[in-house]
Design a protein around this ligand. Structure first.
Ligand SMILES: O=C(O)c1cc(=O)[nH]c(=O)n1[C@@H]1O[C@H](COP(=O)(O)O)[C@@H](O)[C@H]1O
Length: 225
């Protein structure tokens, strides 16, 4: 049987609460995603603590800097043995190449294309004259040619990216169950739609972590997959 593709985004300020939530739903998710909020608050210590839950850890640090600095950051996290690390495709080809070369063994390096919180108006406000779909495909192509394992994109683009990059590893956030609150996300699909379109990993945060009953929410999502 395939591993559960859901990585739970633990965007919570307290370490004890994050660990308790991860343990509670651990039988109904495939991994844990620790992002900027968690890492800035709890650093390496927090990651070591969450490893005790026994699931793969995805470190979503969205690195974006000059190639030398990003390579140094990648080396500094080897010890945390992440299964997946994010960098920003907008950092350019050399940055992506150096990040991949500096990554630890068994660590997938994936590039964020267009954040799921952005729409076409947001892109034009930062001087990008392409719609999110075209821009995501363009950056996916760049990430592929830079030798990365895959990309992060919304469920609207993952099908098209999958067609042109057959063996890529595709991380899809911005997921909402059919009746879910969208919040700050702008390009959303349901977990099932993302999986059917070719997502390798489904990143889900608030629909589980802010649910009245997180265990029931995780089980309900699992049942749709
Ligand atoms: O890299 C990510 O994981 C990411 C990329 C992106 O484009 N959009 C996005 O929402 N994310 C992350 O995915 C998670 C989504 O959380 P929820 O919106 O609460 O499900 C957050 O931890 C975001 O940091």
């Amino acid at each position: 049987m395939n591993r559960n593709p859901v990585y739970l985004a633990l965007d919570l300020p307290r370490l004890d609460a994050a660990e308790a939530l991860a343990r509670k739903v651990s039988g109904h998710i495939g991994g844990i995603k620790l992002g900027l909020e968690f890492f800035c608050a709890h650093g390496h210590h927090g990651v070591h603590e969450l490893h005790k839950v026994g699931l793969p850890i995805f470190l979503d640090l969205k690195l974006h800097d000059i190639p030398n600095t990003v390579a140094g950051a990648m080396q500094a996290i080897h010890v945390l043995q992440p299964s997946i690390v994010t960098i920003h495709a907008a950092g350019g080809r050399a940055m992506m190449e150096d990040a991949k070369a500096a990554a630890g063994e068994n660590c997938k390096v994936v590039a964020v294309t267009v954040l799921t919180s952005l729409d076409g108006d947001d892109l034009s406000a930062i001087g990008v004259n392409a719609n999110p779909y075209d821009q995501a495909l363009r950056l996916a192509d760049l990430a592929h040619s830079a030798g990365l394992d895959g990309i992060v994109c919304s469920g609207h683009e993952v099908g098209a990216v999958h067609k042109q990059w057959k063996d890529g590893y595709f991380v899809v956030p911005g997921l909402r169950p059919a009746d879910g609150k969208v919040g700050d996300q702008k390009r959303t699909v349901t977990p099932r739609e993302a999986r059917d379109a070719g997502a390798s990993v489904l990143v889900i945060g608030r629909p589980i972590s802010r649910a009245e009953d997180p265990l029931a929410a995780a089980k309900a999502i699992e049942a749709t997959l």
